[in-house]
Design a protein around this ligand. Structure first.
Ligand SMILES: Cc1cc2nc3c(=O)[nH]c(=O)nc-3n(C[C@H](O)[C@H](O)[C@H](O)COP(=O)(O)O)c2cc1C
Length: 231
């Protein structure tokens, strides 16, 4: 998990290695606008090409979705960060809301250069034998194949509501999943759980499959595919 991390200062070392391999999007989370702005500025100092604000983790009290499901908070946090860094600011949104488009509009108004959707769905698993939740935290975040249709719907809605790019994430484990997100309106995509189940080779496999699909269907670039299923 990203949240129980050793703290921003220890990222200096890891980022120094990571940025040599290619552009890095630095993800940060805080409990208020000031914390987000300070952390984002450090990520920028470490060489991040963009910062992604985690406004959406469903199981951390006082963080994530607890603050990111209120459009006013989203706008003020994104705006505070945008005026503290020069790199693009991406807002990662929660699906645990009645209108993800409203959150997206708040992020766009606050100066976000992209939105990322979705984070995990707030969920709970009960052990029948133990008669209690299996997680000591009670709630957790549901990810993987089960959330893909929810993620695609979120991307579809956001693409219709915003002018900034939408980055799709949720249940992508092969090229077909990625293609579905792009056709729904995602300009780029991320892979989470499938890195755990399939390992880092998943990225190359998805990209190679997507390239074959694009050449079979006459797409010269991802941009030509974005949102085609909306037309
Ligand atoms: C074990 C685990 C840890 C995660 N940690 C973070 C995190 O620290 N910050 C964040 O923004 N999202 C976090 N996520 C959410 C993922 O980045 C992603 O939005 C979500 O899992 C849906 O994508 P997937 O189905 O490809 O995993 C985490 C997800 C999982 C499963």
């Amino acid at each position: 998990m990203g949240l129980p991390n050793p703290g921003i200062d220890l990222f200096a070392e890891e980022m120094a290695v990571a940025v040599r391999a290619g552009p890095v999007i630095g993800s940060v989370f805080g409990s208020n606008a000031k914390e987000f702005a300070e952390l984002a500025a450090k990520m920028e100092d470490y060489g991040a090409s963009a910062v992604e604000l985690n406004l959406s983790c469903p199981h951390a009290e006082g963080y994530g979705a607890e603050i990111g499901s209120d459009p006013k908070n989203v706008r003020s946090i994104v705006s505070a960060v945008s005026s503290s860094v020069d790199v693009p600011v991406w807002a990662k949104l929660t699906p645990n809301t009645s209108s993800i488009s409203e959150l997206g509009r708040a992020a766009e108004d606050g100066g976000a250069e992209a939105v990322v959707a979705i984070n995990t769905l707030k969920a709970i698993v009960i052990s029948a034998e133990l008669r209690k939740p299996v997680l000591s935290n009670r709630f957790g975040g549901l990810s993987g194949p089960a959330v893909k249709p929810v993620g695609i719907r979120a991307v579809y809605d956001l693409r219709g509501a915003l002018s900034i790019p939408v980055v799709g994430v949720g249940g992508i484990s092969d090229w077909r999943d990625a293609a579905e997100y792009i056709l729904a309106g995602a300009s780029a995509f991320q892979v989470g759980s499938a890195v755990g189940t399939r390992g880092p080779k998943v990225f190359g496999e998805i990209n190679r499959g997507l390239e074959m699909f694009m050449s079979d269907h006459g797409y010269g670039s991802v941009a030509e595919m974005v949102g085609v299923a909306r037309e």
